[in-house]
Write a protein that binds this ligand. Structure first.
Ligand SMILES: C[S@@+](CC[C@H](N)C(=O)[O-])C[C@H]1O[C@@H](n2cnc3c(N)ncnc32)[C@H](O)[C@@H]1O
Length: 335
């Protein structure tokens, strides 16, 4: 893990931080221990709201993009290769040629491939291998132009997506199945939990009967894509953690394709937390519609929060579940 490698590299004296200057840490996941860095010099750079909130609560200044120049940048490698390269390019620009650049990742994040790429650029990073991952550090130099973030790119259906967002290559088959299975009448006030770049939301907004749709999404880049994809005044965009966000008023329906990973690890608890949150947002007559991989055990969580649960449609990969009559205590006003 990053914290082990970082403390080992610093304690062994192989990795030496400059005496002054800020340290930007790009993309650490909530729970990552950064205490071996001088806390007062660290800024966390992340566009993922739960991570942002966790580090802010721990007292770190947090931003979606660097606000000031830094002496050191530490990049926590994400799994998507293009996104990792783009972060590295941003970090290299931030510290400038000769600044200290640190890249950390698990093998499953592609750290070996990043090391090969850096060597192909003529760099000779120092390498520390530990706990199924590597930490690399070197004096920054400009990276190839095509490593920089490309910004929103067109995909099928006239939508745009960006590197690193969920289903960046195009429409997710589970979301498409859910959209195709939804009834025509969904109600007037709706929420899309974990709205991504807005495909489901676009399909929901094709109904004239919808008056408002709140898109709740943790990934700021995905939410920016959704804004570009939905030029519709009924859509309202929230950069928020869906497990804690609540609408101002109870809504008629929640529609969602909940995430089932936290970082690399499969985490059905996240989907269960989405279900609990959805139940707390609905009117007594409100309904939840969701799609899940067939193997995911959401029925128990649904039965805990709703009096009626049924499988509406599905195939051998996905199931579409519908739930009605929420049992969670709901304190907000009906519109
Ligand atoms: C399976 S994708 C569904 C995307 C989208 N609804 C679609 O139309 O395809 C789940 C989304 O939930 C987002 N997400 C993950 N954790 C979240 C959280 N705690 N709060 C809000 N969104 C979250 C992910 O960034 C991702 O965009």
């Amino acid at each position: 893990m990053l914290s082990e490698r970082l403390s080992l590299a610093l304690a062994g004296g192989d990795l030496t931080l400059p005496d002054g200057g800020m340290i930007a840490v790009f993309g650490p996941r909530a729970g990552t221990d950064l205490s071996s860095l001088p806390t007062e010099r660290v800024t966390v750079i992340t566009g993922f709201k739960p991570d942002h909130d966790a580090f802010a609560a721990a007292g770190y200044p947090c931003a979606r993009a660097p606000q000031e120049s830094c002496a050191v940048a530490l990049v926590c490698l994400p799994r998507a290769k293009a996104q990792g390269r783009a972060l590295l390019a941003q970090a290299a620009d931030l510290v400038g040629t000769g600044g200290l650049l640190i890249v950390d990742g698990q093998k499953t994040d592609g750290i070996e491939s990043m090391l090969r790429d850096l060597r192909a650029q003529g760099l000779s990073p120092m390498v520390l291998s530990k706990a199924h991952g590597k930490m690399l550090w070197f004096a920054a130099q400009p990276v190839p132009a095509d490593w920089h973030a490309r910004g929103p790119q067109p995909v099928e259906g006239g939508f745009v997506t960006a590197e690193g967002v969920f289903s960046a290559d195009g429409i997710d088959p589970a979301s498409r199945l859910l959209a195709n299975s939804l009834p025509e009448k969904l109600g007037a006030h709706l929420v899309d939990l974990g709205a991504g770049w807005g495909y489901l939301a676009a399909r929901i907004l094709a109904r004239d009967t919808v008056r408002t749709l709140d898109l709740v999404e943790a990934d700021h880049v995905a939410l920016d894509c959704a804004r570009a994809n939905l030029a519709d005044p009924r859509a309202r965009f929230h950069w928020a953690d869906a497990t804690t966000w609540r609408p101002d008023n109870l809504v008629d329906a929640v529609v969602m394709n909940p995430p089932f990973h936290t970082g690399r690890a499969a985490d059905p608890d996240l989907g269960r937390a989405f279900i609990a949150a959805a139940a707390a947002m609905l009117t007594a007559q409100g309904r939840l519609w969701l799609v899940a991989n067939r193997h995911l055990p959401y029925e128990t969580a649904l039965a805990q929060h709703f009096a009626e649960v049924s499988e509406l449609a599905g195939d051998n990969r996905f199931k579409i579940l519908a739930a009605a009559r929420p049992t969670a205590p709901r304190s907000r006003q009906r519109r």
